[in-house]
Ligand binder design. Structure first.
Ligand code: ADP
Ligand code: ASP
Ligand code: MG
Length: 385
């Protein structure tokens, strides 16, 4: 029998009603497949755990933070297994470490380095539905680690690759990948299929729908991902090696970026290594005569503030917006760049940087950009492409 991996996100497992919907979906797949599920923490559990830890300490100990955050997924996995057993299906929940998921020790952004599938395979052979906690593993010293926000998607793809599953299904509150976030852009429409490369750019530019590292893994192991809704049976989006004929696949607005400017820093080049040692992901990095400017994710602010030696230089940190248009070969279509430039004509004074590459065009603005510009850009670029 084929094995499929089914992943359910936080909104899909948020309460008992939704857990029952998830259970029915799993039972449907179980008719023809061996089923391994991956679950996220219920609803806003992870956000709440982070908030609670920060009430105790502004910069919580990283090891303990992972020990804390991993508990959210343990609750949802155990609840789902309890429910499936009650419904008459043999099921077992496994934590990341019980499932044999080994990672490096980069707390809160650990990478999966190996998976020992023997326990999962044994449970599957016993006819059980295996429910694995997403987003977590164990390092070589047996410390609990987590994979970064949204990391359950990566757990699912890593398991699907290790188990040589037929497909990896990622179920959430949206029934596929759209031309823009359907919650913000009225006319956004669903894509039938998309290549790994394009999806990797869409996730990398900040669209929440899939964890960026899960797409990289899927491409490396040629593991097709199907994103679909937990709450309906609409056909989802297939992410694989296939190509579609439209150029523009999706536009993304990312307001989770900080622009950091440091005046008169000595050895600005060495700062890059320090940032990387702290696992702070850098976007653009500019070194000028008397200042250095770079972008980071909002979530890395506390780590940055702890690292900077503000006695020796002045630092300013601003929230900025990046808008990206993704599509394979986009740089060969100057008419697209022309449309983009037209849309932002009246806020052009706020443009800090325009970056054109083979698969994306992105613009960095010095302040938060109103959502109306995203809708206008989508109308011009995605509705008559
Ligand atoms: P889960 O909790 O199931 O992991 P996420 O919240 O991480 O789900 O991802 C799903 C959300 O991604 C949707 O609710 C949607 O608002 C958002 N999203 C952002 N960009 C896109 C896009 N291009 N296509 C579909 N959804 C998107
Ligand atoms: N629960 C974690 C988070 O909220 C992981 C995930 O949902 O994928 O980021
Ligand atoms: Mg997610």
């Amino acid at each position: 029998m084929n094995t499929v991996v089914l992943k359910f996100g936080g909104s899909s497992v948020s309460d008992n009603i939704n857990l029952n919907i998830v259970a029915q979906k799993i039972i449907e797949f179980k008719k023809d497949n061996n089923v391994v599920c991956v679950v996220s923490a219920q609803g806003k559990t992870t956000d709440n755990l982070i908030k609670e830890a920060k009430e105790l300490s502004a910069i919580p100990d990283e090891r303990e933070m992972d020990a804390l955050l991993s508990t959210g997924e343990q609750v949802s996995a155990a609840k789902l297994a309890i429910l499936l057993n009650m419904l008459g299906y043999k099921a077992i929940s496994l934590t990341g470490w019980q499932a044999g998921i080994f990672t490096n020790s980069d707390y809160q952004s650990s990478k999966v380095i190996d998976i020992d599938t023997s326990r999962i395979k044994k449970e599957v052979e016993d006819g059980k539905i295996v429910v694995v906690t997403g987003f977590q593993g164990i390092d070589e010293k047996s410390n609990i680690t987590t994979l970064g926000r949204g990391g359950s998607d990566t757990t699912a793809v890593a398991l699907a690759a290790a188990l040589k599953a037929e497909h990896c299904y990622i179920f959430s509150d949206v029934d596929g990948v759209y031309t823009a976030d359907p919650k913000s852009v009225k006319l956004a429409h669903k894509l039938g299929s998309i290549s790994y490369e394009e999806m990797s750019y869409i996730s990398g530019e900040g669209a929440k729908v899939l964890h960026d590292r899960c797409v990289e893994l899927a491409e490396r192991y040629n593991m097709p991902i199907i994103t679909a809704s937990t709450f309906n049976t609409n056909k989802g989006t297939r992410i694989s090696t296939c190509m579609e004929d439209t150029v523009i696949k999706s536009i993304i607005k990312n307001d989770n970026i900080l622009l950091v400017k440091i005046n008169n820093i000595e050895e600005p080049y060495n700062l890059i290594t320090k940032l990387l040692d702290e696992s702070i992901k850098i976007g653009k990095y500019v070194i000028e005569n008397n200042y250095t400017e770079f972008t980071i994710n909002k979530s890395d602010r506390a780590k940055l503030e702890k690292m900077l030696d503000k006695k020796n230089y002045t630092v300013s940190i601003e929230v900025v917006t990046k808008i990206s248009v993704v599509g394979s070969g986009i740089s060969n279509h100057p008419e697209i760049l022309k449309k983009i430039v037209n849309v932002f004509d009246d806020i052009s004074k706020n443009i800090l940087e325009l970056d054109v590459s083979a698969c994306k065009i992105s613009i960095l603005f010095s302040e938060i950009v109103d959502i109306k510009y995203l809708n206008e850009l989508h109308d011009k670029c995605c509705c008559n492409d």
